[in-house]
Write a protein that binds this ligand. Structure first.
Ligand code: AMP
Ligand code: MG
Length: 408
């Protein structure tokens, strides 16, 4: 039996990032940039006005004999258009936010600091002196032609998509999404649209894993459920040869019908198959042919928790991420954990932010078949190996799967 840390290190050492592909910008959300993004233009591309107002020469804004200067208005520059003439001394042009500053003007005064005779008027009075550059957003102030804007390896979120859009990256080189074959196992496992029969249960794991894989940005493919025979498993694995990862659930323990390991030895290799943790001791890792296989336990909670701890980091590494793990924080456990486990215990809990602290409450019965213990869970409390009891009010480390909505 190996430790969680060793298992994770050995799994990740066997995983390399997938090749680069180009995808249309909107499809890049959540993926990792495979090349540096360098600005090919200045952004903003031209000096433009930050206000609706008047473009003028700053010199012309100075008071004359205690009177506000009155300038001749020679036209209007709207956003999207370019002035067809320059600003001469003693003149101004109406200008809208985002419109290019006309030649000759070195400043913009906002409309509220002027007096004028309406939208058509050919005069304007400047009620306040303005300095050069006032209300002008210079070309290149945000990004300079040639500047490194996003290094390769950056994760593309909504805001990065906005930046890439403004730079004209209609398609983006990214590390491609992983294709994940998901296989249930067990003669007792039937499809979810089937009525229950004596001795049978529905295939919850494959659906839970499919959703978790999709949430990790990868492309799941459910291969159904293999019977507990080597023939059925062989047949199912033959459908997974093009996957980047095979995820199985069940069939990796010590029972007479736990045959996933047999197929791994027959068609590839087993690296290890037991981890010193609870839930989820029977986790197997190895290969079928060249495809990595992560064999998760059959018990639904074990399968969910081990996916979070091992499956998700694998998918992140495959997809080019460098931060693979969820954040860990210290939390105060309101109700404590009385159950002694000799193995490392990952206890499902809800963490909330209260009075300047993160406070956790466990989600009840922690059996690996108690799926309802996953509901309301946003964190896994880490209770160390060796039968540690966590008393109410004790502090432990927690892996945050999601932040509470009120964690402000
Ligand atoms: P196993 O490791 O195959 O012995 O499975 C351990 C437990 O998980 C058994 O109670 C199985 O019935 C259950 N189990 C296995 N596969 C699934 C599945 N796909 N969905 C729900 N429960 C399962
Ligand atoms: Mg089984």
């Amino acid at each position: 039996m190996i430790s969680v840390e060793e298992a994770l290190a050995r799994i990740l050492a066997a995983i390399a990032p997938l090749p680069t592909v180009r995808v249309p910008l909107p499809e890049a959300l959540g993926l990792v940039l495979a090349e540096d993004v360098i600005a090919r233009e200045d952004i903003p591309p031209f000096d433009n006005s930050a206000m609706d107002g008047f473009a003028l020469r700053s010199q012309d804004s100075k008071e004359r004999q205690g009177q506000p200067p009155r300038l001749k208005v020679t036209g209007t520059v709207a956003a999207g258009y370019v002035a067809d003439h320059a600003i001469e001394p003693g003149t101004a042009m109406r200008i809208m936010t985002g419109a290019p500053v006309p030649p000759g003007a070195d400043t913009v005064i906002q409309v509220e600091l002027t007096r004028h005779g309406g939208p058509e008027s050919d005069w304007v009075e400047i009620l306040q002196e303005v300095k050069p550059g006032n209300n002008i957003r210079p070309a290149g102030e945000d990004m300079r032609h040639g500047q490194l804007i996003l290094p390769r390896g950056s994760e593309i979120g909504a805001w990065e998509i906005g930046v890439l859009a403004t730079l004209g990256w209609a398609s983006v080189p990214v590390t491609r999404r992983a294709r994940v074959a998901i296989l249930g196992t067990g003669d007792e496992v039937i499809e979810i649209d089937q009525p229950l029969q004596p001795g049978k249960i529905r295939n919850s794991n494959s659906y839970l894993l499919e959703a978790a894989v999709r949430r990790a940005g990868a492309i799941p493919e459910r291969l159904g459920v293999a019977r507990d025979t080597v023939e059925s498993l062989r047949e199912k694995f033959s459908q997974a040869i093009n996957a980047d990862l095979i995820l199985t659930s069940g069939g990796v323990s010590v029972g007479d019908f736990d045959l996933v390991k047999n197929i791994m030895s027959e068609q590839g290799e087993i690296q290890f198959w037991r981890i010193n943790m609870r839930p989820g001791k029977p986790v197997a890792f190895g290969h079928i042919g060249a495809v990595p296989l992560l064999g998760l336990p059959g018990n639904p909670v074990s399968s969910a928790v081990t996916f979070e701890l091992f499956g998700r980091p694998v998918l992140r590494k495959l997809q080019g991420h460098t931060h693979l793990l969820k954040p860990q924080i210290e939390v105060k456990v309101e109700d404590g954990v009385q159950e002694r486990a000799m193995r490392r215990h990952y206890v499902r809990a809800y963490v909330r932010w209260q009075d300047g602290k993160f406070v956790a409450r466990t989600t009840g019965h922690q059996g690996s078949h108690i799926m309802t213990s996953l509901l309301q869970t946003n964190a896994l409390l880490i209770v160390p190996e060796g039968g540690v009891v966590v008393q109410p009010g004790d502090t432990v480390q927690a892996i945050m799967l999601d932040w509470p909505e009120n964690a402000s």
